[in-house]
Design a protein around this ligand. Structure first.
Ligand code: NAD
Length: 428
């Protein structure tokens, strides 16, 4: 262990993006970690160091932990007995009322209640305000809110180099122990009330959603007034009060966190009788953005924003919600695909990382094939390798050569040279 740090027995519940990354990184930091998941097949794979998700550096860390005997995987909560702290990293998807569905979380609490000697309960899942306090009451053990801010595709890097570590607890000894789990990291530890930690997580994700919706509407304005969104956001981003990140227009925000966390925050605001119209507006702008992409495709294919897409062949480049991940949960690319399919388009799609099939899209394993007889190619995810495609070859295969670039990833001049018409977002 590095100087001044202590090695703990740590339990992790849930071996997904957050749980598996936390387990592997905490083992790497010198703790002894037991990671429990209800998915027996996943646990069996992980015991063989076969990592089921796409995250740079994660297979190496899992292999390292297993090899050193400091990381183990189990389906049994009983294996968490004797741990100093247990991190809850189970899913909290959207429930029927728009708020977080805590059924998996509550099942984990129930199992933990029956497991002796499990120390501090660390709530890492994104949960509604009050959940950590309830956890402490129900289990009769100290609970600490310790929300996770990692980004998929950068999970290991973000866990080991966080901007901040938030520790929200009412029991000083428990909060201290949680802070010490991360003693090997160079990051500020923010001690807060549990409610503040829980709300800060939702507030951060909803703010990012707000920022993207704002830029997407700006991109529409740019098109109307002949301005260029890159020049506008390039100017805005230089202002420290605004910051340059999350200022790129696209097909709308999505993924496994932003939509569900925004819905949960709106639910919480509604329950509290607080008007959060600015966030309602961001959600509405996001739905509008997807329609805007479909309208661009209609225009490209038929020459009219109201033309019919029935029978039109459309090629899709990218299906994951962003580049660098295999995750298609609530992907805006998939949402656009479903709208195009509902309008009668025949879709062919390619994605270098997507983890599974997408309804209504015929997947191909070579990006060039999406161009075959296509009336339009829609670039939906910002995989950098799409820039390097042999665009003249694609133009030769397409029936009618227009690219709708929803990420402003491509060089319009190079596409024109290849023989393609080009429509970006907010580019005049
Ligand atoms: P995930 O779906 O990738 O993984 C969750 C894992 O938990 C699965 O392997 C599942 O089998 C397991 N599981 C479900 N119920 C269980 C139970 N009762 N006991 C044991 N295991 C159980 O989820 P994720 O993306 O890692 O998200 C987990 C939490 O972290 C969510 O609250 C999410 O909002 C939050 N979060 C996610 C991210 C992200 O980028 N994915 C970032 C920050 C926070």
């Amino acid at each position: 262990m590095p100087d001044g740090t202590h090695s703990y027995e740590v339990g992790v519940v849930g071996a997904g993006y957050v749980g598996l990354t936390s387990a592997a990184c905490l083992a790497h930091l010198g703790h002894r970690v037991t990671c429990v998941d209800v998915d027996g097949e996943k646990v069996a794979r992980l015991r063989r160091a076969d990592v089921p998700i796409e995250e740079p550096g994660l297979p190496a860390l899992v292999g390292e932990g297993l090899g050193r005997g400091v990381l183990r995987f189990s389906t049994e909560f009983a294996d968490l007995a004797g741990t100093d702290a247990v991190l809850l990293c189970v899913p909290t998807p959207t429930g029927d009322d728009g708020g977080a569905d805590l059924r998996a979380f509550d099942r984990a609490l129930g199992a933990l209640a029956r497991t002796p000697r499990t120390g501090v309960v660390v709530v890492k899942s994104t949960v509604p305000v009050g959940t950590t306090a309830r956890t402490q009451r129900e289990l009769g053990r100290p609970a600490v809110s310790n929300p996770e801010f990692l980004r998929e595709g950068h999970a290991v890097h973000d866990f080991l180099h966080p901007d901040r570590i938030v520790v929200g607890g009412t029991d000083p000894a428990a909060a201290e122990l949680v802070a010490r789990l991360y003693a090997g990291l160079d990051a500020p530890v923010l001690r807060t009330a549990p409610a503040s930690a829980e709300l800060a997580k939702y507030a951060s994700n909803a703010f990012l959603a707000l920022k993207v919706s704002y830029v997407n509407v700006l991109a529409e304005l740019c098109e109307r007034y002949g301005a260029d969104i890159g020049e506008v956001t390039g100017t805005m981003g230089r202002d420290d009060r605004i910051g340059g990140a999350f200022l790129a227009p696209g097909p709308g925000w999505g993924g496994s966190c932003l939509p569900k966390d925004t819905r949960a925050l709106l639910r919480a605001a509604d329950d509290a009788g607080v008007d959060f119209a600015v966030l309602d507006g961001a959600v509405a702008a996001n739905a509008h953005q997807r329609e805007r992409v479909v309208t661009k495709v209609r225009e490209a294919v038929t020459g009219s924003p109201h033309g019919s897409l029935r029978g039109a062949r459309v090629g899709l480049l990218g299906l994951t919600f962003k580049a660098g991940t295999d995750d298609v949960r609530e992907s805006p690319a998939v949402a656009v695909a479903h709208r195009l399919a509902a309008a009668g388009a025949h879709l062919t799609g390619y994605d270098p990382g997507a983890s599974g099939p997408v309804d209504g899209v015929q997947l191909v394993d070579d990006p060039v094939l999406v161009a075959k007889d296509a009336a339009c190619i829609v670039l939906l995810t910002e995989w950098p390798q799409f820039r390097e495609l042999d665009w003249p070859q694609l133009a030769g295969l397409a029936e009618q050569a227009t690219v709708v670039d929803c990420r402003n990833l491509l060089d319009p001049a190079a596409l024109a040279e290849a023989g393609f018409g080009y429509r970006g977002l907010g580019r005049s």
